[in-house]
Design a binder for this molecule. Structure first.
Ligand code: HEM
Ligand code: HEM
Length: 141
């Protein structure tokens, strides 16, 4: 994919995912209906993200950051799966699932910290406005 700008759909998905994660991590009451629906929406966004870039390389991102992104997507999927299982009668009140859900969400916080650190480190080292990529679609202005 060689568009100069990062297409809007990638930016919208990014902010959708970021917004939901912040809500679910820090703002909404844990495990309530709204938490679940938004959590599933977030999982859906990850799928859409994978589908729209299938077979194509998104060349706008920092190559070295790709592991962080893969881990973030995987963490979101893991939260969806453990969250879904917790809701089944069979696993109602299952402490292990709750613990795993919590461990994954804590790991996600660590990944977000690494992500933000990476964005600002890239901006500093390469003297460009890296963060603008997710706003205007370009980071070299
Ligand atoms: C963006 C995705 C999600 C994030 C960031 C997230 C994050 C969290 C966090 C931080 C907690 C509190 C953990 C604790 O301290 O005990 C929690 C609890 C919970 N989450 Fe999620 N979650 C997500 C998706 C989901 C989904 C998709 C479901 C289910 C459909 C779900 C169901 C629950 C339930 C039932 C609890 C309460 C568990 C308990 O009683 O400790 N979550 N979640
Ligand atoms: C909860 C918070 C956040 C999460 C979960 C998150 C997640 C992600 C993910 C998954 C990607 C890869 C995007 C893709 O594959 O299409 C990404 C890229 C990016 N994000 Fe975030 N993000 C968050 C917050 C932010 C914030 C606050 C900023 C701006 C300061 C930001 C700026 C960027 C930039 C510039 C990229 C592309 C960087 C590059 O590799 O060149 N993100 N983010």
């Amino acid at each position: 994919m060689n568009d100069l700008k990062l297409p809007l759909k990638f930016r919208l998905l990014h902010w959708g995912v970021a917004f939901i994660i912040i809500l679910n991590l820090f703002i909404l009451e844990e495990g309530k209906q709204i938490h679940r629906y938004l959590g599933y929406a977030c999982v859906a966004f990850v799928f859409i993200r994978l589908l729209i870039s299938k077979g194509r390389k998104v060349s706008h991102y920092n190559e070295k950051a790709k592991y962080v992104y893969w881990l973030m997507w995987t963490a979101i999927g893991g939260l969806g799966i453990t969250g879904f299982l917790m809701g089944l009668d069979r696993f109602f009140g299952n402490q292990l699932l709750e613990d795993i859900h919590e461990i994954i969400s804590n790991s996600l916080i660590a990944l977000i910290v690494a992500h933000l650190g990476g964005v600002f480190f890239d901006a500093y080292k390469n003297k460009r406005k890296t963060w603008l990529l997710m706003f205007t679609g370009e980071k070299f202005k």
